[in-house]
Design a protein around this ligand. Sequence first.
Ligand code: DOR
Ligand code: ZN
Length: 344
Amino acid sequence: MTRILTLRRPDDWHIHLRDGAALLSLVPAAARQFARAIVMPNLRPPVTTVEAALAYRREILAAVPPGSTFDPLMTLYLTDNTTPEEVARASRSPFVHAIKYYPAGATTNSESGVTAIERASPALEAMERHGLPLLMHGEVTDPGVDIFDRERVFLDTVLEPLRARFPGLRIVLEHITTAEAAAYVTEASGEIAATLTAQHLLLNRNAIFDGGIRPHAYCLPVLKRETHRVALVEAATSGNPRFFLGTDSAPHSRANKESGCGHAGVYSAHAAIELYAEAFEAAGALERLEGFASLHGPRFYGLAPNEARVTLERVDWTVPASYPMADATVVPLRAGQTLHWRLV
Ligand code: DOR
Ligand code: ZN
């Protein structure tokens, strides 16, 4: 059995670092795991301009521990009113790497998101022209559509027409959760990729109801049934460069999660690469982990892979029951449970 695993230092192509005092705990945890991370813009207020993204980047950098070289890759939040001029500014900035699409009302802090994708046409046309990637939260928000079907319906009703209108638009379908999305990304023509979270590779929807309601396993898109998890593991471990690591690590305080109406989000940055290593080991595909975690993402974003290496050792350790976050605590994925890989 493999006991030591050495990889190029991985990057996280989808993370929520939040802001304010929370940065002081979340940024060091991410920086311990990753060289770079695509930082989500769903703050209050959302990060809709290059100027705001640069200010947010400075805030993040101030929370990077001394001696670490973490590089936050910034994104803008697409709205109905994003202008082609702002897109042009973003494409010229060395610090802004993509624009994020949230359907209005789909998830945490998505109220300012796009109400109908046609409304964002001027910005999308400019993104296609400038080659700036669109990162999509791929769910419809129609309350008439079952929550477990929202990603599948999105593929046919939003993504496919969008790609017909903007065939040159570079797209990342974020945190895919279904066999249909994995097949779509595998088979589509043009520049399309997808990120996969650790929780969607390790858990199915039973985890949300395991002996009672489990708010810390609730994220969006919601976990799906086992057949989908199996298809996602197949995609992640296939070696196809269209699939790469994006934790969607999305911390909320314990009080928020353990309430009458808790927010969606799983905190996984504390042990991200260890969690992915478990999923890849279970699939007998540890040798494919480096491509997924360290090579495919930079290739899509036109960046060089990291030169530094990290080492994982196969040793059992117990994940803490919680971590501090600002003046609260956050319950991580696998809290109080044993993990079999540890980042040295
Ligand atoms: O589970 C999620 N949490 N999904 C999202 O799309 C947003 C995220 C958050 O910001 O908490
Ligand atoms: Zn996210």
